[in-house]
Design a protein. Structure first.
Length: 78
């Protein structure tokens, strides 16, 4: 069996890392939205506060996901 090229391994690692980052971000956003909807259903008068906290947390999750994708792109093209 032929040895793998190091650049091929970098592309493979970047692809796997990007996929895991997207799955993790999607799971985090989904769980956040479900919890926020549950909280709003239980206390409708607190909807504004819950939505504000949800948007801030979603932004942080998206930021971490974007950072992970940038690291994967750097890994692929290094």
């Amino acid at each position: 069996m032929e040895a793998l090229n190091p650049s091929a391994l970098a592309y493979l690692a970047a692809g796997i890392g990007a996929g895991l980052a997207i799955i993790g971000g999607g799971a985090g956003i989904g769980r956040l939205a479900a919890s926020a909807m549950d909280g709003i259903a239980r206390q409708p008068q607190a909807a504004a506060n819950i939505q504000t906290a949800m948007v801030i947390a979603a932004g942080l999750i998206e930021g971490a996901t974007l950072f992970a994708l940038v690291i994967c792109i750097i890994l692929a093209f290094k």
